[in-house]
Design a protein around this ligand. Structure first.
Ligand SMILES: Cc1cc2nc3c(=O)[nH]c(=O)nc-3n(C[C@H](O)[C@H](O)[C@H](O)COP(=O)(O)O)c2cc1C
Length: 219
């Protein structure tokens, strides 16, 4: 069970992280305020489960802000505002995962509390988010980043197991959102994590677990 103090600390640390300016290379980018997700959207859960699949052919067409908003909210947004709890569970409420969104004009980090995107890097690094050809041409590559500082109670050799499980829940939320909205997506392990971590200028405690490409299906 989470104490009030833990909840407050979670909100404060998220707020502090949200205010940090990020790497210098991001200064030419502006935060993106995401539209409010609609109260109701998408197909039924049963329909989404029937349609869920991995797709590896994407149209180049960018995702509209409303779609980006609802995708990120579904992935790991705040679904209980009183406690800032999320649409996906995490080990002992650690909430150690950050979602980075790599798009044509740069990379942003999703801030679930303010429901906005914070600049991380002013460069198109989509092609570096995976080893497969389609990743550079799809409009959005999500990169899942865990922070070991939030997993301090987990033995070091166990941290990746916990982070992988927590990330998997987020990935399935993305799969179901995509299925429910007619989008294409694929969860991916195939990427050079070390190189991408350097490119994204991640902190020492941060490590990449997986990525997930999202876009409209190729006609
Ligand atoms: C942990 C994990 C890692 C995966 N890594 C990749 C990957 O690197 N590249 C890829 O194209 N698909 C990847 N996939 C997608 C699987 O290949 C896919 O889920 C599987 O073929 C079943 O297809 P379906 O998702 O359409 O049911 C991964 C899936 C999981 C769960």
């Amino acid at each position: 069970m989470t104490t009030r103090r833990e909840t407050n600390l979670g909100i404060l640390s998220a707020a502090a992280a949200a205010m940090s300016p990020g790497p210098a290379a991001a200064q030419e980018l502006r935060p993106i305020e995401l539209p409010v997700p609609r109260a109701d959207f998408g197909r039924s859960l049963a329909q989404a489960l029937k349609l869920r699949r991995s797709t590896r052919e994407f149209a180049a067409r960018p995702l509209p802000p409303q779609v980006l908003s609802e995708l990120l909210w579904s992935a790991y947004g705040v679904n209980r505002p009183a406690t800032a709890d999320r649409t996906a569970p995490s080990w002992r409420h650690a909430r150690e995962t950050d979602i980075f969104a790599a798009m044509a004009d740069g990379v942003w980090r999703y801030d679930p509390i303010a429901h906005r995107l914070l600049p991380q890097l002013a460069a198109d690094v989509r092609a570096q988010t995976g080893a497969q050809d389609f990743v550079g041409g799809a409009p959005l590559d999500l990169v899942y980043v865990s922070n070991a500082e939030h997993l301090s109670g987990v033995p070091r050799e166990e941290q990746h197991r916990v982070a992988a499980a927590d990330t998997g829940f987020i990935g399935q939320n993305v799969y179901l959102y995509c299925a429910s909205e007619g989008l294409a997506c694929v969860f991916r392990a195939s990427l050079d994590q070390e190189r991408l971590a350097r490119t994204l200028k991640l902190a020492e405690a941060q490590f990449i677990t997986f990525a997930q490409t999202v876009g409209y299906p190729k006609a």
